[in-house]
Design a protein around this ligand. Structure first.
Ligand SMILES: [Zn+2]
Ligand SMILES: [Zn+2]
Length: 383
């Protein structure tokens, strides 16, 4: 189905004035509003079509483009590759008149495309360190910080009384103003923050004394949050609208981000969901085998069974005792690297004992060439 002409959709002539466009839109939008036509599945698509036509024709720049190129403007349609998404205008918005619905349409073109950034407070980032135990098991934790919160005295309004907040007359409360700028032979519409209200759309006539019209104050806050089990180092958790309130009140607060960093463990290194550690053992432990018990990150004991005849450099894998893996795929492993513990000093007596054992546990230096060859063969096989 080919796209209908925008003027046809609104039932107006090509030289209709802005006022005529608005009148036509309001009348059609009222008739076709989905809330008024709950039993008509077509109403919603008609409503969207009317909105799209009005969005384009009510914008001087877009209307000029449409008049010139129709639906096949070079560089694609004005709403980008996804096309027109529709706006959620309530029946009240249309019914009450006053052109309040124009703000829904002015957001489509020019400027930042409706993401009124200046009406939001700043985002805040707090860094927080947790133990490896907490990172593995997860749990509730809290942070204390001095943060800006809405002023208590004025309820974040910035004005001492509710009547002290007025709509900015320069931008009619939109926070943005459109200016026509001449660029070469063209007139370009540029939307920028309203200089009178700094983009807030509001004017304060009786600033709150407690916050001097800032609408916010610094307070010691306790932020409670839960750490998910298996969290990675450096994860940022977002708490929507818990950041700074906007200076001068109004708008939405920014978001609060908590960046979680994990403390180094006394012996483990973490590799994804696996944990790595080195275990120094004496020669007799490696020769005869031994069992080592260590307190583990999961709160339970870790039992490491070292078999007889173990060699330094070998590893022991303990399955399922690492960090939780994503999507419930169980837990990673613990890898234990065996090391030979070498005492700093031996007493004369010990040296004598070892000397006696040399024939049994040492090597015969005359066979060194064969041993070196054997070692090389083993190395190449396992590589
Ligand atoms: Zn205040
Ligand atoms: Zn303003």
């Amino acid at each position: 189905m080919s796209k209908r002409d925008y003027y046809d959709v609104l039932g107006v002539s090509r030289d209709s004035s802005d006022a005529e466009l608005k009148k036509a839109f309001r009348s059609l939008a009222r008739k076709n509003h989905p809330d008024k036509n709950p039993d008509d599945p077509e109403a919603e698509s008609r409503f969207k079509e009317i909105q799209e036509a009005y969005a384009v024709l009510s914008n001087a720049e877009q209307r000029r483009r449409y008049d010139m190129f129709g639906h096949d403007a070079p560089g694609g349609g004005p709403f980008g590759p996804g096309g027109f998404e529709g706006v959620n205008i309530s029946f009240d918005d249309i019914f009450n008149g006053g052109g309040g619905f124009d703000s829904f349409f002015s957001q489509f073109f020019g400027g930042g495309g409706g993401s009124h950034r200046s009406t939001r407070g700043n985002d805040i980032l707090i860094r927080h360190r947790i133990s490896m135990e907490m990172a593995m098991i997860g749990g509730e934790t809290e942070i204390e910080a001095d943060l800006l919160v809405p002023c208590d005295a004025c309820d974040g309004r910035a004005a001492a009384t509710p009547d002290g907040v007025k709509t900015c007359s320069t931008c009619s409360g939109q926070g943005q103003v459109a200016q026509n700028r001449k660029v070469g032979p063209f007139i370009q519409q540029v939307v920028s923050d309203c200089p009178n209200c700094n983009g807030s759309g509001r004017m304060i006539t009786d600033p709150c004394k407690a916050c001097r019209g800032e609408g916010r104050e610094k307070k010691n806050q306790t932020i409670r949050f839960s750490v998910p089990a298996g969290i990675s180092d450096g994860t940022r958790m977002r708490m929507g609208e818990r950041g700074e309130p906007r200076r001068g009140g109004g708008g939405r607060p920014g978001d609060l981000y908590i960046q979680v960093n994990i403390d180094e463990h006394e012996w483990y290194e973490r590799d994804g969901s696996d944990l790595l550690m080195a275990l120094p053992l004496g020669y007799p432990d490696l020769l005869l085998g031994t069992t080592v018990h260590l307190p583990h990150v999961d709160g339970k004991e870790l039992k490491i069974v070292v078999g007889p005849g173990s060699i330094p450099g070998e590893t022991i894998e303990i399955k399922g005792r690492g960090f939780p893996q994503s999507r419930g795929r169980g837990r990673g492993d613990v890898t234990v690297l065996l090391k030979l513990f070498m005492p700093d000093k031996f007493s004369k007596k010990t040296k004598q004992h070892i000397e006696q054992l040399k024939g049994e546990i040492g090597i015969n230096i005359d066979e060194i060439e064969d041993l070196v060859k054997k070692e090389a063969r083993t190395r190449r096989r396992t590589r």
